[in-house]
Design a protein around this ligand. Structure first.
Ligand SMILES: [Zn+2]
Length: 360
């Protein structure tokens, strides 16, 4: 047997009577709607009876053809914060004064001030800027961050976790520290999602996304599955996406890439000693390694306009096209990994070429 709550011994008034009385009291007060406290003062029945019968006070109002009643107590902190944000954004600003809010807001600034214990605290909660308090206490933010992490028993917290349990808005942290991870760092917490990702990993990922797109990626492209790392990995390391791209380009351009000329020069410098990993009997002597480094790969694709040299397909005009780098003279046949001996092929043409080579 299931346990059920019982509400016995209560005289059952007809639904119609309850609704009629509700309407009557509202009319007598000259209002389109009514709160249950007001009703209890003037009504024939108890608000609880009505709410229970119709599945809630609002439902009863609806059945009686009255408007939804919003009691001050029913307005959640979130409602207030959301309206505060909305009004501020609509006026194209990042902060707002009580007076400005009272002109356009849905609620009163007094209600908001009382609820949050001050106008600035409300602004904080809404993630807005406190214009008249520039020297604001970042320590309070850090302390609250630590406190929440402690309460959750975690060495790191996600911004969404903080948002649920913390006192301040996420955007307040971002505004004061630059980004969420920097706030975590300041609080001595662990930055979970990028502690093992190196700049090289991030550059390599930029390149991969760039090649998949056949064009320079925008920050909106930096998301799974196109990108292995999200946009925030880049802003954490480089502050902005633009700076990340600039650093990437700087890295690509940082050294000369391997060309026939540069490897000749290098070979003279160090002698043409073969590395041990190259099997001398089978493989012809090489001055370069077989694998193509990120910079060289990128330069070759850029030279070829991110298009297949054989069929002309590119990810931009044929989404899904996968570009590869191919040794024009096969490495197995003595071809070097140098700019001149490399070309861009799509995966289809590249497989075709390997087969041909194989049959030769
Ligand atoms: Zn092709």
């Amino acid at each position: 047997m299931k346990l059920e709550l019982s509400f016995n011994n209560r005289k059952r008034f007809p639904d119609r009577d309850l609704l009629d009385d509700l309407k009557k009291v509202a009319e007598a007060l000259g209002k389109e709607t009514i709160g249950f406290e007001e009703y209890n003062e003037k009504g024939t029945y108890h608000s609880g009876t009505i709410a229970e019968r119709f599945g809630g006070w609002h439902k009863a109002l609806e059945m009686a053809g009255l408007r939804k009643y919003i009691s001050l107590k029913k307005i959640t902190d979130e409602d207030l914060v959301n309206d505060l944000k909305k009004v501020t954004l609509e006026s194209g600003k990042d902060s707002i004064t009580c007076r400005e809010y009272d002109e356009k807001g849905k609620y009163g600034s007094r209600t908001i001030t009382q609820r949050f214990g001050g106008w600035n605290k409300a602004l904080l909660k809404a993630g807005l800027i406190i214009e008249h308090n520039k020297n604001f206490n970042t320590e309070a933010l850090i302390n609250d961050l630590k406190k929440v992490a402690n309460e959750l028993g975690k060495e790191s917290i996600k911004s969404s976790e903080y948002d649920e349990n913390g006192k301040y808005g996420i955007s307040t942290f971002v505004h004061n520290f630059g980004n969420w991870n920097k706030a975590l760092e300041k609080a001595g917490l662990v930055i979970k999602y990028n502690k093992n990702v190196t700049v090289d990993d991030l550059f390599e990922n930029i390149e991969q996304v760039w090649l998949k797109l056949g064009r320079q990626p925008g920050r909106r492209d930096m998301k799974f599955p196109l990108s292995k790392y999200g946009y925030t990995f880049y802003t954490t390391k480089f502050e902005t996406w633009k700076k990340a791209l600039e650093q990437f380009v700087k890295f690509i351009n940082s050294e000369e890439i391997e060309t026939e000329q540069t490897i000749e020069a290098k070979a003279e410098e160090i002698g043409t000693e073969q590395t041990t990993e190259e099997k001398s009997e089978i493989v012809p002597r090489h001055k370069t390694r077989r694998d193509i480094n990120l910079r060289l790969r990128f330069m070759v694709m850029r030279r070829d306009n991110f298009k297949c040299n054989a069929c002309g397909k590119s990810p931009t005009n044929n989404p899904g096209t996968e570009l590869h780098i191919d040794h024009i003279l096969a490495w197995d046949k003595g071809g070097e990994t140098v700019f001149e001996n490399l070309q861009t092929l799509c995966s289809v043409c590249n497989i075709g070429k390997s087969n041909l080579d194989f049959n030769v």
